[in-house]
Write a protein that binds this ligand. Structure first.
Ligand code: SF4
Length: 267
């Protein structure tokens, strides 16, 4: 059996389509790991994929944390470059637990492309779509017991050498819509907003009622943490107030704060 990690983004959707082309549906298990903080547009898109492709997408959630907000609240800090606890707790662990409970799964397919960034080029640039490697190699920090249970799993990146253009073209050829978030200014699909995302993602998120409400909740949480004496800061160099000012400024372009790429959430 092949597990395909699906996020609702273009790359993982293309990866899912490749899997469904190569194998009968019964051999493909699409898995979406829900942080509880995704856009309603993404949830609707997953429903669309299920209907369109006549498949069922397994939805997983952390058994410990209800959603991203709860996780931040209990950790008493926001995730950042060196502290990606959100990915670990909300994505990596639930996925590993599911994989450990399904020994029939032999391979995990991920929608990672080398041309996405310099870092990915460096890491995956030598791989071909046919290469496989140990899945636990990418799942760093897993508890030893869990690691042991999934150490047999191979990972594969079937679209590792594709360009972004090829991905969008492939979806079109297959008659599959792309997640509408791409047409609303987003370049990636994940938490809404992803705390590690760049200004472009935050600004696109700010434009919708749902996104604005989520951002205001994060700013409120930052305030709460500070009042409790914790040094909560939404972004490394931007606190909630400063961020809010930036989001309200219509003419701010480019990325004023660094965007961190998230290996796992990207899939
Ligand atoms: S999408 Fe962003 S905020 Fe959400 S779990 Fe991934 S890195 Fe964390």
């Amino acid at each position: 059996m092949i597990a395909v990690l699906v996020s609702g983004g273009k790359d993982s959707t293309a990866t899912l389509l490749v899997a469904l082309e190569r194998f009968p549906k019964e051999r493909v298990i699409p898995i979406f790991t829900d942080t509880g903080w995704e856009s309603s547009i993404t949830y609707a898109y997953l429903n669309y994929l299920e209907t369109k492709l006549s498949i069922e997408i397994v939805r997983l959630k952390s058994r410990k944390w209800q959603d991203l907000l709860t996780c931040i609240k209990e950790k008493k800090m926001f995730p950042h470059g060196n502290q990606r606890f959100c990915t670990y707790h909300l994505k990596l662990i639930p996925t590993a637990e599911f994989l450990a409970e399904h020994p029939e799964i032999e391979e995990v397919w991920l929608g990672i492309r080398a041309s996405e960034s310099f870092r990915r080029e460096k890491k995956y640039g030598d791989l071909t779509p046919e290469d496989t490697y140990s899945y636990v190699e990418t799942a760093t920090g897993l508890p030893a017991e869990l690691r042991q249970k999934i150490k047999h799993l191979r990972a594969r990146l079937p679209i590792v050498d594709w360009t972004e253009e090829e991905v969008f073209r492939f979806l079109k050829e297959k008659g599959i819509e792309r997640n509408p978030l791409y047409d609303m200014g987003h370049s990636r699909v994940g938490c809404y907003p992803c705390i590690l995302g760049g200004l472009r993602e935050w600004k696109a998120c700010w434009k919708t009622e749902e996104g604005r409400a989520n951002i205001l909740k994060l700013i409120e949480l930052e305030k709460e943490l500070r009042e409790m004496g914790y040094n909560g800061r939404i972004k490394d160099n931007y606190d909630g107030e400063k961020l809010l000012r930036l989001l309200k400024m219509e003419d701010v372009q480019g990325d004023l704060f660094k965007e961190e790429t998230c290996e796992f959430c990207k899939v």
